[in-house]
Design a protein around this ligand. Structure first.
Ligand SMILES: *Cc1c(COP(=O)(O)O)cnc(C)c1O
Length: 367
């Protein structure tokens, strides 16, 4: 059986460095606010090319804290609107609702599955305060036209980088393409911890300070509380693990790209569509997507051939019970993606032989 994503094998491939980092923290007596977090924040900021990185508890917190901080800075407030792609993972949307703002769902482009810059302006109202882009599946959104729209209408741009560690747009890394970015280090992300973790990156000094303060109970000085803050921390253990894994991130992403290149070149089946413009040097392939009108039958066929696949995602956010106020929206591009998408196994430790087996199984599918 080829697993969709074999975390045990991936983490084994970091040994003995991984265990030695864990043991170093265990023996150090410092588990929060210590040197490991500081070192990781510095290295990850440098990696992304931005001034600040603040380690937080998870990816949802990272995005929520950015919006909370903008609220404390009086840049936005409850009732204001943030435009967000309709086909994202629900966390992007929940970060907006959690802060009392209103998500405004925008259709993606069918080829890239990222927010369609041509459909943003028609959604702007006097209450729009930001555009949240999601670099879905590891490919950056088309930032140039989005930045132009944001400048024209004085909007902030927030990046959801949870699937895009290391992705590049116009010679700059994801996390440094807008006003602020949220990362997740959920174990299965391209840069994954051994549990939860997240980070905010930005070049904005005031935003960075505000996020850090809110994430620490709203306090800069012990027992003095400026905001009604929360507790959202990256801990020493996760930071030490992430520092080990960060060293290999570019090589891992390169391996993902070479697997993706083979899939795109060698998959040929009239019932399956691979996005043709996948020969993208800057895409980090958190997910390798194929599309088929016979998705369920295809998934069954692959499973019978020993290949595990996943759907990203089976139900679009506006069809979720949690968001029933959006259920009557007509979002045909989004709905088609959710109906036809299937994700093939892709991870840096897959062997060439395994890739060949996946390709053969996909090509042998008939209706
Ligand atoms: C994983 C993910 C998140 C949330 O990250 P957590 O660390 O699980 O909170 C947010 N947005 C997207 C697009 C994601 O894939």
């Amino acid at each position: 059986m080829i697993k969709y994503f074999d975390l045990k094998r991936i983490n084994d491939s970091f040994e003995p460095k991984l265990s030695s980092a864990v043991l170093r923290v265990v023996g150090s007596g410092r588990y929060l606010f210590g040197p490991e977090v500081g070192k990781f924040e510095e290295n990850f900021a440098k990696y992304c090319g931005c001034r600040y990185c603040i380690g937080v508890g998870n990816g949802l917190d990272a995005l929520t804290l950015i919006i909370r901080a903008y609220c404390e800075m009086s840049i936005m407030g409850p009732g204001d609107e943030i435009i967000v792609p309709a086909n994202t993972y629900i966390a992007s949307i929940l970060a907006i609702t959690a802060t009392g703002l209103k998500p405004v769902l925008c259709e993606p482009q069918p080829e890239s599955c990222n927010i369609d810059p041509n459909k943003i302006e028609e959604l702007i109202t006097p209450r729009t305060k930001a555009i949240m882009v999601v670099h879905l599946y590891g490919r950056t959104a088309d930032m140039k036209p989005i930045t132009d729209i944001a400048q024209k209408h004085s909007l902030k741009v927030i990046e959801d980088c949870a699937q895009a560690h290391g992705a590049i747009y116009d010679n700059r890394r994801a996390g440094n393409l807008a006003d602020a970015a949220g990362f997740s280090f959920y174990p299965a992300k391209n840069l994954g911890a051994l549990g939860d973790g997240g980070a905010v990156t930005t070049n904005d000094t005031i935003l960075a300070e505000t996020v850090r303060t809110i994430a620490n109970y709203g306090s800069q000085r012990k027992y003095v509380n400026r905001y009604k803050g929360v507790n959202s921390r990256l801990d020493e253990l996760q930071a030490a693990v992430l520092s080990v894994k960060l060293q290999r991130l570019d090589a891992d992403n390169e391996r993902r790209r070479s697997i993706a290149m083979r899939y795109t070149k060698e998959i040929s089946n009239p019932y399956i569509n691979t996005a043709a413009e996948y020969h993208d040097k800057e895409h980090v392939f958190h997910v390798y997507t194929i599309f088929s009108q016979q998705r369920e039958a295809l998934q069954r066929h692959l499973s019978e051939n020993g290949i595990e696949t996943i759907v990203h995602y089976p139900i679009p956010p506006h069809k979720q019970e949690a968001l029933k106020e959006y259920s009557r929206l007509s979002l045909p591009v989004t709905e088609k993606i959710h109906k036809e998408e299937l994700s093939l196994p892709i991870s840096p430790i897959m062997s060439d032989d395994e890739i060949t087996r996946v390709i053969k199984a996909v090509n042998s599918f008939t209706k």
